[in-house]
Design a protein around this ligand. Sequence first.
Ligand SMILES: Nc1ncnc2c1ncn2[C@@H]1O[C@H](COP(=O)(O)OP(=O)(O)OP(=O)(O)O)[C@@H](O)[C@H]1O
Length: 374
Amino acid sequence: MNPSELSSEPVLRIDNAVRTFGGGRSLFGKKGQVVRAVDGVSLTIRSGETLGLVGESGSGKSTLGRIALRLVEPTSGQVFLGGRELTGIPPGKARAARRDIQMVFQDPYGALDPRVTIGESIAEPMKVHGLWDAEGPRKVAGLMRLVGLDPAAYGRYPHQFSGGQRQRIGIARALTLNPKVLVLDEPVSALDVSIQAQIINLLQKIQRERELSFLFIAHDLAVVRHVSHRIMVMYLGKMVELASRASLYSRPLHPYTVTLLAAVPMPRVHGAPQKKSALTIGEIGSATRVPSGCRFHPRCYRAALMAKAPGVETVEADGQVRPACCVRREPDLQAFGDDQVACHFPEMPQTRSEIAEGVLAGIGVAGTGAVKPS
Ligand SMILES: Nc1ncnc2c1ncn2[C@@H]1O[C@H](COP(=O)(O)OP(=O)(O)OP(=O)(O)O)[C@@H](O)[C@H]1O
């Protein structure tokens, strides 16, 4: 579906979601550290749209996905599903309202109960919601056919299936209640590459047929590029960039996005050996000790470059010279057409040599080379 064909009404809306973990007292009365897993993130997804959600491990993607379903309660913020506020419903009554949003998990091995036949597994949500009737078996058979499984396999157990087939079972189970939104948390990352493509094709077919909306969480930027209409990039609990697929891959605005894209292996050119990224910039920071100002500043090539630019006020932070604004002030989200970015220097040019120079300026160098995203 083209972005222009999508309806403008959001099916899912998350407003300013915050989720912290920890902070309680230990047995000895010592106060634990607080993790700000999701720190003021908002998003919308329209009918038939796929919003890709990317970021390194620990950036808060799964927590945000679970907040959308209220599998994790937000510390603050609101979730609206089809215009109805999900977060306003008392916990005991949320199940019925949650029917319209379901989840597909990463691990097709762990997501299914090994003692339950796959047909029963697919039927279970209907039974839990009191929707099982004489039509139930026919519906389960229809769902099995939809995901490419033979209904004759109803009475078989999960261990009798391959990883890809189990993910098909997980998808059928997620569709049992006819939801409007699927949260797909790394749905193909546990599968072989050849099987990944089959599952992605299946998800896209189902999306077209049912006008489903997807929140598609993934590490793999190549997969996200393939499936998403828009992409949100998260870093240490914050959204740093939100853009259409076309702009994100052709003109990434946030230096973290540039760095992530640079870490994707480059396609082979004229039989040349595949180049891996030149940019390595150390580990993602700690979610318990979040850097001041822009959270990305300790790893940011652009901040390193700007610190050398004439007229830019600088400060030293953890032994690195950085623009004072990056260290002192969290950047606001700025709009660039339909795209948004949270960076103090979003328009700084990003030629290959400038990025390489920024890296060389002291952020951890793994050489120079193929850093400009294709
Ligand atoms: N139940 C929990 N208790 C304590 N900390 C948690 C809990 N769940 C998540 N966190 C922390 O919140 C932060 C964000 O975790 P989250 O799993 O949402 O990130 P992610 O981007 O999905 O990472 P991954 O790709 O590894 O799943 C991490 O620092 C994580 O350790």
